[in-house]
Design a protein around this ligand. Structure first.
Ligand code: URA
Length: 195
């Protein structure tokens, strides 16, 4: 990880005006965790709390993500967590295609600098982004969640994993166990491939 390039990426995010969301957000939300980690988690977009605090996953879904990581045996130092969008969409609506495209360079740069071995999508928007990027045949998240898809690049093999968004468990407690089981895949990959 080139520290200067990482600093430059953060500066670009914190001064971004590539889409209209910069005008309605309170804070840019770049990411948290360890940019040298081997596991990258990508959510959708900051919500109300994230917008206020300028950190991803600090609201209710974030608290459950903390539980999932803890139960999986992963510390914040072993992952980096970011979102597709760095600014909150008003009223937490879904990210729009033009916003995803405008924000894409920030995420592409982060993926290239972090160079993680495992990239996990949290939710279907993030899954679609990653499956497109790595040419994995898409489909419904209900069919694809919890599976690891190996992809090869000049930087070596990576594993792409689609996970349900932790927020689904807030409205549907039955999803909690499924999410816990799916998260254990991250640990399995790490152990199996000695990452
Ligand atoms: N949901 C997300 O997708 N990202 C956050 O940062 C918080 C909630």
């Amino acid at each position: 990880m080139d520290k200067e390039e990482w600093k430059q990426l953060l500066n670009e995010i914190y001064s971004c005006k590539r889409c209209p969301l910069h005008a309605t957000k309170k804070n840019y939300v770049a990411g948290k965790g360890n940019p040298n980690a081997k596991i990258l988690l990508i959510g959708e977009a900051p919500g109300r709390e994230e917008d206020i605090q300028g950190e991803p996953f600090v609201g209710r879904a974030g608290k459950f993500l903390d539980v999932l990581l803890k139960e999986t045996g992963l510390s914040l130092n072993e992952v980096y967590i970011t979102n597709i969008l760095k600014c909150r969409p008003p009223e937490n609506r879904d990210p729009m295609e033009n916003e995803i495209e405008a924000c894409r360079p920030h995420l592409e740069k982060a993926i290239s600098l972090i160079d993680p071995k495992v990239i996990a999508a949290l939710g279907r928007h993030s899954m679609n982004f990653l499956f497109n990027k790595y040419n994995i045949a898409g489909g419904k998240i209900s069919m694809l969640h919890g599976k690891a898809f190996p992809v090869d690049s000049i930087k070596g093999r990576k594993y792409i994993v689609a996970l349900y968004h932790p927020a689904v468990a807030l409205y549907n407690p039955q999803m909690k166990d499924l999410l816990k089981k799916d998260f254990s895949v991250l640990k399995d990959i790490r152990n199996s491939y000695n990452i």
